[in-house]
Design a protein around this ligand. Structure first.
Ligand code: PLP
Length: 346
């Protein structure tokens, strides 16, 4: 499949590493029925470019290139207060000499605090032009449009990026990732039985599904929901995968079975900690020295751990965990991830 016809800015000058995790796999197997579990590997998308990189970097390579091609001078996007997407979008804007504005959706009341550590500190340090908070459930599309209108009234041109950068153009970033992995697996002589990814605004999961279909990569992808259970999440991912396939001109209908979602690991609420997340963050940190974040990758890894303990994979099967980044928010939850999970939802 030829992605070169789409404009792209390159923010990571290398393929992110794929690494085995033998100590983590052994510890996980010891907690699985019969003491056997899968061989777990990791794709280090936490090492992508921009500040500090994560899955949003890949989507922004195509989104920002599109903004520049359209002659826009300002990136406008939306996200939660600890949004990795907002922070990485700002980093891309700074790098490209563009301005950047946010609409912050306060999904958990009381979490928008201009003096908070983590994102607010970094927003100010990198120089966001403006930000305004709206309550959970607001019409975000309309809020973005208001920002574009305000810019137009000043003779400027904004480029609106939806939540998580997840539209057809953003999804191309994970089509590129699918192609990158295909080449790495070939070079490394590796086969995987399943790929485990996070599934939120769905550009990552949907883009990979489109990329796997388009490149005829016959390895299942399972998405662990970070904010929705499968009945609600699967249609979102399916729409995204179809939109990406359509943009690519693949002329195919995404089969419903190509979109596999797992739920039950994000509760009690998006971004609110639970005990299984704490266990997963500690287990990976203490076996491989790799850190996960509490909002996304900690819960996604908790999903992988739960699936392994439920016997999803046989001994010797190989599973690839996509580490999508998100580390800065870890610092907003230090005492929780060092604790024993007592008092948290399971
Ligand atoms: C945004 C995000 C996800 C979810 O990816 P989507 O493409 O929104 O589904 C997973 N992990 C991290 C660290 C993220 O920032």
């Amino acid at each position: 499949m030829d992605l070169s016809r789409f404009p792209r800015r390159r923010y990571t000058p290398f393929a992110t590493p794929i690494e085995p995790m033998p100590r983590f796999s052994a510890a996980l197997a010891a907690s699985c029925p019969g003491g056997v579990g899968p061989e777990v590997w990791v794709k280090r998308d936490d090492q992508l470019g921009l500040f500090p990189g994560g899955n949003k970097t890949r989507k922004l390579e195509f989104l920002v290139a599109d903004a520049l091609a359209q002659g826009c001078d300002t990136l406008v996007t939306v996200g939660a207060p600890q949004s990795n997407h907002c922070r990485i979008t700002l980093s891309a804007a700074v790098k490209e000499g563009l301005k950047c504005r946010f609409v912050i959706e306060e999904r958990v009341p009381g979490t928008y605090d201009l003096n908070a550590s983590g994102n607010q500190f970094m927003f100010r340090l990198m120089g966001v032009e403006s930000q305004r908070a709206v309550p959970a459930g607001s019409d975000l599309k309309a809020a973005l449009q208001e920002e574009l209108d305000a810019l137009a009234a000043q003779g400027r041109k904004g480029y609106a990026i939806p939540t998580g950068g997840s539209n057809a153009i953003g999804g191309l970033g994970y089509v590129a990732c699918a192609q990158e992995m295909q080449q790495q697996w070939f070079d490394m002589g590796l086969r995987f039985d399943e790929v485990v990814v996070g599934s939120g605004s769905s550009g990552t999961h949907g883009g990979l599904v489109a990329g796997f279909l388009g490149n005829r990569i016959d390895v299942p992808v399972v998405g662990v929901g970070v904010s929705r259970d499968p009945a609600d999440q699967a249609p979102v991912v399916h729409r995204e995968a179809q939109a990406v396939c359509d943009l690519l001109g693949l002329n195919l209908q995404v089969p419903v079975e190509a979109v596999q979602c797992v739920g039950g690991y994000w509760q009690p609420k998006y971004s609110v900690p639970n005990a299984r997340m704490v266990e997963a963050v500690q287990l990976l940190a203490r076996t491989e020295g790799i850190l996960l974040d509490p909002v996304y990758t900690g819960k996604i890894m908790a999903g992988l751990v739960g699936l392994a303990r439920a016997g999803r994979w046989k001994a010797g099967q190989r599973v690839l965990f996509l580490h999508t980044g998100g580390l800065p928010s870890l610092h907003a939850y230090e005492s929780i991830v060092l604790g024993d999970g007592a008092g948290l939802a399971p």
